[in-house]
Design a protein around this ligand. Sequence first.
Ligand code: MRU
Length: 346
Amino acid sequence: MMIEENFKALEMRGDELVLLDQRLLPCEEKDFICRSVEDVFFAIKDMVVRGAPAIGGAAGYGVYFAAREACGDRDKFNRLCDYLINARPTAVNLAWAVNRVRKTAEESGFSLDAIRKDADDIVSEDIAMNRKIGEIGSSVIPPHATILTHCNTGALATCGWGTALGVIKTAFYEGKDVFVYADETRPRFQGARLTAWELVRAEIPAALIPDSAAATLIRDGKIDLVILGADRITANGDVANKLGTFALSVICKHYGVPFYSAAPTTTIDFSTPSGDLIPIEERDRSEVTMVNGTKVAPDEIGVYNPSFDVTPHQNITGIITECGIIREPYDMNLEILRRTLGRQNA
Ligand code: MRU
């Protein structure tokens, strides 16, 4: 039986893009409606919708709005598309989705039907890829497994089902005895607010931990594997993901704990050779100095708030994609994958 979530991160209803406002979860389940490129830009930037594949899904509809707003003015359309790409720099799914639908617009002579269909296809393809990632990834989950995850990689972070959390859900629904430790994921608390919310709804046994508790659990042999997502994977297998991922990978490597990243191939940036070239988003200081609107640090303090970090491929046991699990040597195996997918490397 196919288990479905009864919520959606994003859904086109009529001519409106309806987003479940992730800034408000778990306290409120409220929709945020987008009717323009500007609305989609804001929703991505302010993290109403977040998670690389969900950002890509929303951006596809952003291009549809751009085509409507440009009324056949090609320069305006391209300006709006470029504007959308700049909403957040790290997750490559954003540029990938915008450029895919932009190409469809060009090739179809700006047919709104063709553009809308391509945006719809991005969503359905993402869900299908995530289901496949779940099936493939479940093979690395032992029958009894304690799994640590970071950030949110579930249905909220994608067009449906999820990547790393999708693997965990698939294993759980296959009858495996899984227990999940979810990092709270400071400073935006995607683990506490979103992953915990999804785990509770899916009735998967789990505990929420402060990020800094992960090292002790790993050292003490309490974690069988770590599985988390990716915002951008470069041609050599380096993975940009939520801040804290790199530290977890170092601890896992030190203690010999398997460390997996799960992502659709739309998250692979074949044109960037290595992780040091990935633009890392720095977000507002208030994410660190305030918690839920309450000041927790003096105004005078400087803040460094990178949203992501890069994990070198040497620390990664495998990258779980819908096309299989990519392992060392990553550069060679990713090149084979690139050719199989017919993707460009420049
Ligand atoms: O800043 P966010 O919440 O958009 O960051 C999300 C992540 O880092 C996820 O791990 C990644 O996008 C994969 S989501 C399937």
